[in-house]
Design a binder for this molecule. Structure first.
Ligand SMILES: Cc1cc2nc3c(=O)[nH]c(=O)nc-3n(C[C@H](O)[C@H](O)[C@H](O)COP(=O)(O)O)c2cc1C
Length: 248
């Protein structure tokens, strides 16, 4: 079996899940991480391979930048795919069916899917300590399934999909915390999927929180809508939502 990992993973959890599955198959694999805008400049053409696609759920949908990458830059011949959608203990909603449709338009059948609970990018108090041992056990089962014979699966979700997250109006992006004078950690710039931080261009910011997570409290999101939304998430999304496998 030939495996190709394709991931968009600003805070690294989706990529870690994809790697866990690929390593558990004990097969060789190629890895294409298209999180960063420089990586997304290159198109990807694959053949005779099983794609392991791992992405976060954004607003119950596929992240727009990844959907556009698949539409415009992925070509595939004689491939199938499994999809791992990681989510921050709120909801998966239509992300898996949207991914199924994006792949179907490329002639790539979906032969397994999983929604895997992870820490929410906005708050370490939502989806805390996930993925945990139970989540990783499901990823192991996915690897076993990958090594066997598979047919098409149809994950749950609605068509038409729920409305995409509206663009922030006015646009906002992370700001320096009151206690910091400058961004000392250059990694903050490097992890930004769009270059928004380096250009100080809030219209490019996708609010993925990658820079905040590695900034060691130098950066914060102080936008009132974001602060409110996060408080609400922390109040309403504490009950564990289980990860689920969809296998043929
Ligand atoms: C802009 C944005 C929107 C999100 N929307 C959802 C959502 O609708 N449901 C949910 O459960 N988690 C949501 N999350 C949380 C992520 O799906 C979750 O933290 C994911 O594991 C992050 O993946 P990554 O580490 O690969 O970036 C959202 C995160 C961001 C940044």
């Amino acid at each position: 079996m030939n495996l190709t990992l394709l991931t968009f993973s600003p805070t690294g959890q989706s990529k870690a899940c994809a790697l866990a599955v690929a390593k558990a198959t004990k097969q060789e694999f190629a890895l294409f991480d298209v999180t960063h805008f420089i990586q997304r400049r290159k198109s990807l053409s694959v053949e005779d391979t099983t794609l392991i696609i791992a992405i976060p759920v954004y607003g119950g949908r596929v992240p727009l930048l990844f959907a556009e990458y698949v539409k415009n830059q992925l070509t595939a011949h004689n491939c199938d795919a499994i999809v791992i959608a990681t989510f921050g203990n709120r909801a998966v909603e239509d992300a898996l069916v949207e991914m199924e449709d994006l792949l179907s338009a490329k002639g790539i059948p979906l032969t397994a899917a999983a929604s895997i609970g992870c820490q929410h990018s906005y708050s370490d108090r939502v989806g805390q300590k996930r993925p945990d041992i139970e989540d990783f056990q499901l990823l192991d089962r996915l690897a076993v399934h990958l090594n066997g014979k598979r047919t098409i699966v149809h994950p749950p979700g609605n068509r038409p999909y729920r409305q995409a997250m509206p663009r922030a109006n006015p646009p906002y992006m992370p700001a320096l915390a009151a206690s910091s004078e400058t961004i000392s950690n250059r990694q903050c710039y490097r992890v930004c999927p769009t270059g928004a931080l380096a250009k100080q261009d809030p219209t490019l910011c996708i609010h993925c929180c990658a820079c905040i997570q590695i900034s060691n409290h130098e950066l914060i999101m102080d936008n009132p809508w974001f602060v409110n939304f996060t408080k609400n998430l922390e109040a309403t999304c504490q009950k564990r939502i289980e990860s689920i496998l969809y296998l043929s």
